[in-house]
Every structure is written in C-alpha cells, then in structure tokens.
Design a protein around this ligand. Structure first.
Ligand SMILES: Cc1cc2nc3c(=O)[nH]c(=O)nc-3n(C[C@H](O)[C@H](O)[C@H](O)COP(=O)(O)OP(=O)(O)OC[C@H]3O[C@@H](n4cnc5c(N)ncnc54)[C@H](O)[C@@H]3O)c2cc1C
Length: 340
C-alpha cells in the first residue's frame, strides 16, 4: 500500500503557500483518493502553522518545519527540512512542485533517503500502481513511467493541476525539528526590473509578438518604436507573459531593427518554449507549425494577422482577426487603460 507525502513551501510573501505547492496538494489528494492511500503534507516556511491554514480542510496529516532559516530558499536548509519531513512521514510517494526552490534540492533529498526521482511530471494516473507522465523530445513524445524504487519523488510541472482552495482554518501541524546550521547566508535578491521581466509562467495569458511587427507596413515604413510601445503597453495593462516567434528574436542576430525587450528566452515553438496559459493571443505572426507546436498547452487561442491564409486560419486558432495589429492593439490598449 502506497502512502503519499506532498512537500510544499511558502511563496515570496513568506506567509502563504506558493501556487505550485497548492497545485501539488491537489495532485496529492487526487492520487490518494485513487489509490485509497494515506496523505500527509509537509510545509517548509518561516511559520509553517500559519502557512498551513489553507490546508486545514485538506484531510491530510500536516508536518511542518518552521524558523527564520526556512523563510528563504537555500540549499542546505531546504534540503535538510525536506529530508526531515520525508523521514518523519515515511511515505512511498513524494510529490513536490517543480519550483526553482524545490527543483534545486529534491534530487539531493531523494538521494539522502535512498529514493529515486523524476522531474517535469505533468500527470499522475494508475489504478493499482502509480503512473507518472512526462514529455520528451520537445513535447513530441509523452511517456508514462512506473518505478519499483521507493520512496519515489515526483516534481510536478506548474499549471498541470488546479490549485487547492480549501476553506482556511486553524491547522494542526506536527512540528519537525531540523538543525538549521548553514554556512550560507542569504543577503538579498537580485531581480530584473518588473518591466524587463516579460516571461511570466503564472500569467493567465500569453501574448505572442511575431516578425510582422518589425516589417514594412502598408504605408511603406517600419514602425518598430510604435510596436514596442503597443506591446509593452498591453503587457503593463494585462500582466500577460510575452512570447515571440523565432523569426522576430532571430532578427537581433541578423542586425535588423528589433524590439529590445525580446530575447531567445521568449521564443515559443519547436526550438523554443512550450508554456502553459489558459489563453493566448498571437499578433503579427504567421502561425507556422514549428511555432504553433509550442502552443500545445495554451487553452483559448486567438490571433491577429493581416493574412487570411496564415497558419492560424487553417485550424490552429479558435478565433482569428484578419486585421492590422497596430490598429487592433491601439484600440485594445485604449480600452484597457479606460478600464483601469
Ligand atoms: C527546424 C525549425 C525549427 C523552428 N523552430 C521555431 C520555433 O521554435 N519557434 C518559431 O516561432 N519558429 C520556429 N521556426 C520558424 C517558423 O517556421 C517560422 O519561420 C516563424 O515562426 C515565422 O515567424 P513569424 O510568423 O513571426 O514571421 P513571418 O512568417 O514573417 O510572419 C509575419 C506575419 O505577420 C503578419 N503581419 C505583418 N504586419 C502585420 C500587421 N500590421 N498586423 C497583423 N499582421 C501583420 C504577416 O501577414 C505575416 O503573416 C522553426 C523552423 C525550423 C525549420
């Protein structure tokens, strides 16, 4: 009989659990129900009991590691906390969010407890044994894995499960004590300016800019500066994540005028990223297969293109507006500004 542990950590506020953690809780509850297994949830936070309030109705045994040392991500303390919780829970299956904080430590934790680990898990199934799905080869091949080794750690990709949203209350958390001694001192964070940080995996919407934004327009001129203002204006108003086609980000290396806030990190597609967002809007992009393959996990797909024969109109989008994206986005930004 399997027993399941979900490892969670606080978000940047330090008070609440991260969204990825709450998604892992949902995955744990679903798997426990499917297997008829026991469920425990471990919390790593400055104040685990406070952070665990949202788990009061989760129907799980709660274990917590608390203290100032666990307020921030640090390999030594996070690994020690997760190891202690995993040993206390003695679970056979350990689920955790594939956050940067836990991805960094979890292979080490699995090794310390003699376990095994798989990452980038997107789904969990199986009636009599646990099956974990993950994608290979740029999301072209989906594999279903089983393993005999226990404990089996599974890091879950963000956005693959709904975040657990139980009624908050006073949670009873068993405190696990951990030696927080560490030679590493966290002195602070260096993060890009908010405007420069255009890749937002948790955003509700993906906004894709294609090469059309930098091409000659019907008036015979290019309008790159206007394009930049329209795109950044939309991102500011919506907090959407910014994606790009390969053609647009390649232009920088070819010496053409480019949008300075776009890098290859923004590229969506076969040789780019495959993000997960409920909605996507492509603008000035042709919708060719090597690009659209990166939209595999985008829910509602819309595109604005001048070309009625573009790839989007050929079954790749739910709605296509055959229109000038400069005009459309100017109007959209006006409407968004009036709303705020
Ligand atoms: C092996 C391989 C891997 C690849 N991997 C990727 C990948 O990972 N990601 C990727 O994106 N591509 C990839 N590509 C390239 C891909 O095939 C396309 O070349 C690329 O996606 C085209 O980018 P685009 O649609 O932005 O540009 P274009 O094809 O130049 O299309 C621009 C579009 O903008 C429209 N437009 C222009 N002005 C306006 C306006 N004012 N309003 C509205 N629409 C306008 C035009 O009508 C046109 O449809 C790959 C190709 C290969 C061979």
């Amino acid at each position: 009989m399997e027993s399941i542990l979900v490892l969670t950590h606080a978000d940047d506020s330090g008070v609440a659990l991260s969204k990825g953690s709450l998604e892992a809780v949902t995955a744990g509850k679903e798997l426990a129900a499917k297997l008829g297994a026991q469920l425990a949830i471990g919390v790593v936070a400055k104040d685990a009991s406070a952070a665990a309030g949202v788990l009061a109705s989760a129907g799980a045994k709660l274990l917590g590691v608390s203290g100032e040392a666990f307020a921030q991500a640090r390999y030594a303390t996070d690994a020690a906390a997760c190891e202690a919780i995993a040993k206390a829970a003695a679970a056979t299956i350990v689920l955790a969010p594939g956050s940067s904080r836990f991805t960094r430590v979890m292979a080490g934790v699995a090794s310390r407890v003699g376990g095994t680990i798989d990452t980038h898990v997107t789904a969990l199934g199986g009636a009599d044994k646990v099956e974990a799905s993950r994608w290979y080869y740029r999301q072209r091949i989906e594999a279903v894995l089983t393993r005999a080794g226990r404990p089996w750690f599974l890091l879950l990709d963000a956005g693959t499960h709904a975040a657990f949203a139980g009624a908050a209350g006073a949670a009873t958390v068993e405190a696990i004590s951990v030696d927080a001694a560490s030679r590493t001192t966290v002195t602070g964070f260096k993060t890009p300016e908010l405007d420069a940080q255009t890749i937002r995996p948790d955003a509700k919407m993906l906004f894709v800019a294609g090469a059309g934004w930098t091409k000659k327009q019907p008036d015979g001129a290019v309008h790159v500066a206007d394009a930049g203002k329209l795109i950044l204006g939309f991102l500011k108003n919506t907090s959407a994540s910014l994606g790009s086609s390969k053609s647009l980000v390649d232009q920088g290396s070819e010496g053409n005028s480019v949008l300075p806030f776009l890098t290859h990190m923004n590229q969506i597609g076969q040789t780019g990223a495959t993000p997960r967002h409920p909605k996507g809007l492509a603008t000035c992009c042709h919708g060719e297969e090597p690009h659209v393959v990166g939209w595999r996990f985008i829910g509602d797909r819309r595109a604005v293109s001048l070309d009625p024969n573009c790839g989007w109109t050929r079954g790749k989008a739910d709605v296509v507006y055959i229109a000038d994206a400069f005009a459309v986005m100017t109007k959209v930004n006006e409407l968004l500004a009036a709303r705020s």
